[in-house]
Structures are given as C-alpha cells and as structure tokens.
Design a protein. Structure first.
Length: 258
C-alpha cells in the first residue's frame, strides 16, 4: 500500500471514531493528517524553568531515544484538517512550528507536555488555545522526495519568523529509513492554567534518522537550524545541543477536550 493510501485509510478510520461517543466523554475538537519533522534538544534548564507554572517541572527521559531531551521543536505541515463534524475546517491546511516541553507535576504526579511557544502562518491561529502562538510574517516550507534504485531521498526546508524577532528554521537532507508505527494519547497542559488541557491522540509512523543515544543508522546527509530571538532567545543561547532528528512521514492527530 502506498504512503498516500496508508494515510487516507488511517484518516478514514480515525474519522469514523470521531462520530462515536468517547469512553472518557471527551469532546473532539478537530482532526488532521500531518507531516512532521522534530528536533529534540537539551537546552538551558534555568531558562526553560521560567516558562513553566509553579509546581511543574521538566520530565526528562533517563533512557531511550528521548534521553536527556527537555525541549522539542516540531515543524508541522497540516495537510488536511477537519472539524468535529467531519467536514473540512475553515482553514483546511496550515504550516507551523512549536516548542513543547515534557512536563510533570511534582505534587499530583500528572505528566504530559506544554507548548510554550509557536509560530504559525495563519494570523487567525494566534495566540491559539494555549495562548503562545505568534503570527509568522515569514512562513515557508518545501519538501521533496526522489526514488531511485530502491532508495528514497528527501529534503525539507522550514522557515518561520515573527515581526518581533522570534525565528525557527531547519534544513535537512536525508535518505528515508524504515519507519516504525506507533501511537499515543498525551495531555497538553495550558501553562497559564494547568487545570486546563487538551488531549492529543495520535497514529503515526516515525523514522528516527539520527539519535545520539540509540545510535540508529545515520540517514541525515545535511542538516542546519536557526532558532532564537525575542521570547525564545534565552533557550537558544549557543549552549543547546541537538539529540534526535525525527521524521514523521504520516501523523494522524485527533484533538479533544475533557
């Protein structure tokens, strides 16, 4: 089955689930088929702590592909967005990038993630549900893929910048490796009021193209990034380290509220 047909089939199955009552009585807000490129970082802990509400701290994995990562930069091409009624959203496609921190509450033991900043191409999507998105006055994305001799190579360019100086960019060239299918259900807490959250339920394929801990076959041929300025300057002060380069050739995400 081709990648396009695989995505279409998964999207159709997931769409059917939107119409069924959820066991946890969650309210579906939207669903999207996406392509993602994710960079895992270790950044300055003190700078990161200033973005978290009282009682919350980073939840850093002690082992595995996410070992030592305290910040994720995720570039997203939202290729097909539908509303809770299963019909195309008013803005059915979108490009954006956000920064997410894996978190836990020391008192309650609750775990999940917090989106602490983002740049989005649609002004109407800012500041968004978590109040952290800025309109990207520069929002560019290009992806290419070439198949030859049984191998597939690709390149991706992402560039987002806000008028106030915040910027996140990435360029990567790679050989596509085998992807592992997975999925998760994660709570994304609102840093302004952590009693409020959304649930992201995903079906995905992940290709870990390079990782400093698990050392998979290195499929990254060229890579560069730029990040910083404005509200995120302290996170990217030159001491940050890239730990993992992850491609999600398909990613089905359902967003719900409790």
């Amino acid at each position: 089955m081709s990648q396009r047909n695989t995505v279409a089939s998964l999207f159709a199955v997931a769409a059917l689930s939107m119409a069924a009552p959820a066991a946890s009585a969650q309210t579906v807000l939207e669903q999207a088929a996406e392509h993602r490129f994710q960079i895992d970082f270790r950044v300055n802990d003190a700078a990161l702590a200033t973005l978290l509400p009282a009682g919350w701290e980073t939840a850093i994995a002690p082992q595995g592909p996410a070992k030592d990562a305290n910040l994720r930069m995720i570039f997203i091409d939202r290729m097909a967005i539908v509303g809770r009624d299963g019909k195309p959203a008013a803005r059915p496609t979108a490009r954006l990038v956000y920064l997410a921190i894996p978190v836990k509450n020391a008192a309650s033991g609750a775990t999940g993630q917090m989106i602490v900043h983002g740049l989005t191409e649609h002004a109407a999507d800012a500041p968004g549900a978590f109040g952290v998105y800025q309109h990207a006055t520069t929002a560019k994305m290009s992806r290419t893929a070439t198949a030859s001799g049984g191998a597939m190579t690709g390149s991706e360019d992402w560039e987002f910048a806000a008028a106030s100086g915040e910027r996140m960019e990435a360029h990567v060239e790679y050989e596509r490796g085998p992807a592992t299918r997975g999925g998760a259900e994660v709570k994304f807490f609102d840093a302004r009021d952590p009693s409020q959250y959304q649930v992201f339920r995903t079906e995905q394929a992940i290709d870990i193209m390079r990782n400093v801990t698990t050392n998979p076959p290195d499929h990254v041929k060229k890579f560069s990034y730029k990040a910083g300025g404005g509200k995120i300057a302290a996170l990217f002060d030159g001491t940050e380290k890239v730990l993992s380069w992850d491609s999600f050739p398909w990613y089905i995400r359902t967003v719900s509220a409790p």
